[in-house]
Write a protein that binds this ligand. Structure first.
Ligand code: PLP
Length: 469
């Protein structure tokens, strides 16, 4: 983490061992002067990577950790393909284009074959493109009315960090609806309270990072329709479907969240989450072609041929897109549904079993949102352990089950979460339950007169990253 290094160096070592570790670390920061034998270097790096965690036991991440051998083969075959170079790699470009329209079809765009969209590095980039389009469209509306374009705002609930980044990087006021009591999601009422003529849009999350639940896209849209009939404010919705846009179409086809709702103008999704593609691909799509302002599209001709681009990045690997296409062809709706049915069932099973242990209260039981579950301590004040300690204990056995505090105004609420992804099996679930029992036994044996030191909110554990990796 380069951002931390200066502080670390300034603080100085406190023991001999620390001094040696620091010395070794900084010596590896020097750029090598000489060449080395490839086998030696390969082996050195390979050995270093062994100390990384085992991705199969990482129940914190939303991202793909299991791949078919054919996917690895295609990744290997496409290592030299730059997706931006559409003239040199027209087949890769055609595959990207097909994926865009297949997704437009899946998400019920009224003009699925003609609408516009693109691949990105992930949902973060896709979200920023969606929000930039909202900002440009709002500016046009304001100009047409002769009104100010100084103070745009964007309304959202408990969002992933990419939305905080968007608002700061692109100078938009963030109107983040805080959690209150048991309300851990965005609601129509809370949205309507915050709308004004400077609202560029509302971000509704299908699969909230913190609790895995879906926010009510349809309900929010109905409330915005009513607002429009009363005030003429016509506020568009962007759906952050990082996880949900690859879940709801297969597992809850009747749920209204997508382009069937006219107010939903754009959607982002992570191909590398429940799209099951390898890391490094996301998607941004607009309901109809005119929903993306033309001014945001650049034409470049210096790679040969003329090509429109709308992206924050330029060069990018093509393999992830090719493998996304592989998954669409290989699985179809049937395959995605089958995999997800299995994941949802395991999530519900774990929720039942974890509730039976006693000390935990299930907050999300694996139904209706993302496959997985989350829970809190029934009675944190009288518990002999904190969820941070509990997470650390499971970590000792290789299981990454993060504990973290909620965002404002529920920073007091600490929860623990499990994501169930493709590749997580019933056998693994049983092993995990065994470890949970073991950890509970361990804490039960602790002296009751030595209660654990309270861990301050947001500190103390290595597994606090809840930013939706
Ligand atoms: C993961 C996630 C993101 C960020 O997506 P990346 O693909 O990691 O860039 C944004 N929003 C939500 C709701 C997410 O779950």
């Amino acid at each position: 983490m380069p951002l931390h290094n200066t502080a670390e160096l300034k603080a100085g070592p406190t023991s001999e061992i620390e001094a040696e570790v620091l010395n070794d670390k900084t010596s590896t920061y020097e750029f090598p002067a000489a060449m080395q034998d490839p086998q030696t270097v390969y082996q050195t790096i390979h050995d270093q990577l062994i100390l990384d965690g085992n991705s199969q036991q990482n129940l914190a991440t939303f991202c793909t950790t299991w791949m078919e051998p054919e996917v690895r083969q295609l990744m290997d075959e496409s290592a030299d393909k730059n997706m931006i170079d559409k003239d040199e790699y027209p087949q890769t470009a055609a595959i990207e284009e097909r994926c865009v329209h297949m997704l437009a079809d899946l998400w019920n765009s009224p003009e699925a074959a003609g609408t516009i969209g693109c691949s990105t590095t992930g949902s973060s980039e896709a979200a920023m493109l969606g929000a930039l389009a909202l900002k440009w469209n709002w500016r046009k509306r304001q100009h047409a009315k002769g009104k100010s374009t100084e103070t745009p705002n964007l309304i959202m609930g408990p969002v992933q960090v990419c939305w905080h980044k968007f608002c700061r990087y692109f100078d938009v006021e963030i109107r983040e609806v805080p959690m209150e009591g048991d309300r851990l999601l965005l609601t129509p009422e809370e949205v309507i309270k915050r709308c004004d003529e400077n609202t560029i849009g509302v971000v509704v999350t299908l699969g909230v990072t913190f609790t895995l639940q879906f926010e009510p896209v349809h309900g929010i849209s109905i409330a915005l329709d009513k607002l429009q009939s009363e005030t003429e404010l016509d506020i568009p919705i962007h759906v952050d479907g990082a996880s949900g846009a690859f879940l709801a179409p297969f597992s809850q086809p009747e749920l209204l969240w997508d382009f069937r709702i006219p107010r939903v103008k754009s959607i982002n999704a992570s191909g590398h989450k429940f799209g099951l593609a390898p890391l490094g691909v996301g998607w941004a799509l607009w309901r109809e072609k005119h929903d993306l302002p033309e001014e945001l599209i650049f034409d470049v001709n210096y790679l040969g041929g003329n090509m429109p681009t709308f992206a924050l990045n330029f060069s990018r690997p093509g393999g992830e897109i090719i493998c996304q296409y592989y998954n669409f062809m290989r699985l179809g709706k049937e395959g995605y549904r089958e995999i997800q049915t299995e994941c949802y069932a395991l999530g519900r099973y774990l929720a039942e079993k974890i509730a039976e242990f006693g000390p935990f209260k299930i907050i999300y039981d694996g139904q209706g949102g993302i496959p997985g579950l989350c829970w809190k301590l029934k009675d944190p004040a009288s518990s002999s352990f904190t969820l941070y300690e509990f997470a650390d204990r499971l970590r000792e056995r290789g299981w990454l089950v993060p504990a973290y505090s909620m965002p404002p105004n529920r920073e007091d609420l600490v929860i623990q979460r499990i994501l169930v992804r493709h590749g997580f099996t019933r056998t693994m679930a049983l092993q995990l339950l065994g470890e949970i029992q073991g950890a509970l036994n361990h804490f039960a044996e602790r002296q009751p007169e030595q209660p654990s030191a309270p861990t301050p909110v947001g500190a103390g554990s290595s597994s606090h990253d809840h930013s939706g990796r």
